[in-house]
Design a protein around this ligand. Structure first.
Ligand code: 4AD
Ligand code: MG
Length: 477
């Protein structure tokens, strides 16, 4: 007997066929209607049971969460709500699910409650929708770069460098804590460590990515990234996934175009390929909005918001212009910003980014040409000597979704910039070699994958768009 997934049965004409279906029971009503879900799609299929044909004992074991195998005929449904249903011939209980202790009941659970049950939450319609959309989005990344002549490059996860120079590193070591080998001066003797030097989990694949671009032209990485940053916010994870393209012979303008095209491609793919899942999340968000005061409700639904981003060009605005806008802004004048903008040169906080995107421009914005002091050492210095060719892509509801730059390709300038921020050029001699041997204008950026998934799913908390979130104080599951 053919084994079919529910997605296959609902999408293809199988009426009249006898099929085998295996899945988990969502609900069992009136000893007659089983809503069976196998995770292959948002919809459950209705399995109609003639209860006289089955023992009471078996019927009692068909409970929410139990896994069953059903043989039956696919027939046109007489009831509303579904096109086809299964006329059940036989049922096997594969795995019982005791209803008195199973936490996922067919009712609304709060996201906070489900976060504590992350090992089971993917069985709910909300989280299965998010995870399927996450898949669609990830697939679209590879599609996009493949179609555009980029090569996928796997950069190391264990590394001895701190690409961002921010010191938010998770140390990787096999040294014993209690008897750490030390040198005479009391410092740790890393000669005894596994790699014979201090190593950490990567905060970015960029530096190695640049080396790939200097050989293959256009590359991208899509890998896990680790930051021991103590930020307990709705937009930070300690372990997240980053997409980092790097392109030789591309300047900042090319870089901005690529970032905009990638974002739009990902959003378009989800709109086209994850319709049912998006609809579920759209409705979820609509209900959530209804419980807010009228003036705080979003003007656009989730799907409208995604289409809005597709239909409009991202605004490009220099940091200097942005500071002028912020200085003149109402919240700044009225002292509403937690960090008031008083002068050129300050770093922008997410309240400022969100003001620009949500209130001022009402559109995604790419800010560029930031002050040299607030950006990483590898960004190309402008002729003014004060700003660098940096860019941040800002999205409504999210703030910074991607950050990147044109890279400093001049050997002498780069060495000087490293020294200015206290990075030993010798430590990164392999990186500097790319500027010694056939250097060229090149650029790249990093897109936070979970932040994009947040945007397309409308989930407010980043912990709800990754299966098992890692955050300060939390590495459960
Ligand atoms: O702005 P970031 O730190 O840039 C870099 O790491 C560069 N080396 C990228 C490059 O040019 N190749 O990080 C890039 C993006 C951010 O814009 C944000 O979307 C995401 O990564 N991100 C995080 N996402 C979740 N949790 C965190 N703790 C994140 N930190 C950064
Ligand atoms: Mg950044």
């Amino acid at each position: 007997m053919p084994k079919n997934t529910i997605s296959d049965i609902l999408n293809n004409q199988h009426t009249g066929e006898v099929s085998n279906l295996q899945g988990w029971v969502r609900t069992f009503r009136s000893n007659r209607f089983i809503a069976l879900n196998d995770g292959s799609c948002q919809s459950s299929i209705q399995c109609v049971v003639n209860f006289q044909d089955f023992s009471e004992d078996l019927l009692r074991r068909i409970t929410t969460g139990s896994s069953i195998s059903v043989n039956g005929e696919i027939v046109v449904s007489i009831g509303g709500g579904q096109s086809v249903e299964v006329k059940v011939n036989s049922i096997d209980i594969l795995g019982d699910c005791p209803p008195d202790v199973y936490p996922i009941q067919p009712k609304r659970h709060s996201l906070e409650f489900l976060r504590e049950k992350a090992h089971l939450r993917m069985r709910t319609s909300t989280f299965s929708a998010v995870m399927r959309i996450r898949h669609t989005a990830a697939f679209s990344v590879h599609d996009f770069f493949n179609q555009n002549g980029f090569f996928n490059l796997n950069t190391p996860i264990i590394t001895a460098s701190d690409a961002e120079g921010a010191g938010e590193l998770f140390r990787v070591t096999t040294l014993p804590f209690d008897e750490t080998p030390r040198k005479e001066d009391g410092t740790v003797d890393y000669n005894y460590d596994f790699f014979e030097k201090p190593t950490n989990l990567t905060v970015s694949g960029q530096l190695e990515g640049e080396l790939g671009a200097m050989a293959l032209g256009k590359i991208y990485t899509f890998g896990p990234t680790f930051r021991a940053e103590n930020s307990n916010t709705t937009r930070h994870l300690s372990e997240f996934w980053m997409i980092e393209p790097e392109m030789a012979f591309h300047d900042l303008a090319d870089n901005m175009d690529l970032a905009e095209n990638l974002c739009k491609f990902m959003i378009k793919s989800v709109l086209e390929k994850s319709k049912d899942d998006l609809n579920i999340l759209d409705t979820r968000l609509l209900n959530e909005e209804k419980s807010k005061p009228k003036d705080q409700r979003s003007e656009l639904s989730l799907i409208e918001k995604l289409n809005f981003v597709l239909d409009n060009q991202f605004i490009r605005c220099s940091y200097t212009e942005a500071i002028e806008i912020l200085m003149r802004s109402k919240p700044n004048k009225k002292g509403k910003f937690k960090f008031p903008i008083t002068e050129w040169g300050v770093d922008l906080q997410s309240e400022h980014e969100r003001y620009l995107v949500e209130k001022h421009f009402k559109s995604p914005v790419i800010l560029f040409d930031y002050p040299v002091n607030i950006k990483a050492f590898y960004m190309r210095l402008n002729e003014d000597g004060k700003t660098v060719r940096a860019m941040d892509v800002l999205f409504p509801g999210i703030g910074e979704i991607a950050g990147g730059s044109q890279r400093e390709e001049r050997h002498d300038v780069l060495v000087k910039k490293m020294q200015d921020v206290g990075i030993d050029p010798e430590h990164l001699d392999w990186y500097l070699d790319s500027r010694k041997f056939g250097t060229c204008v090149h650029s790249g950026f990093g897109l936070g994958f979970e932040r994009m998934v947040q945007f397309v799913t409308g989930m407010a908390n980043i912990r709800d768009v990754i299966p098992f979130p890692r955050t300060p104080g939390n590495a459960e599951f």
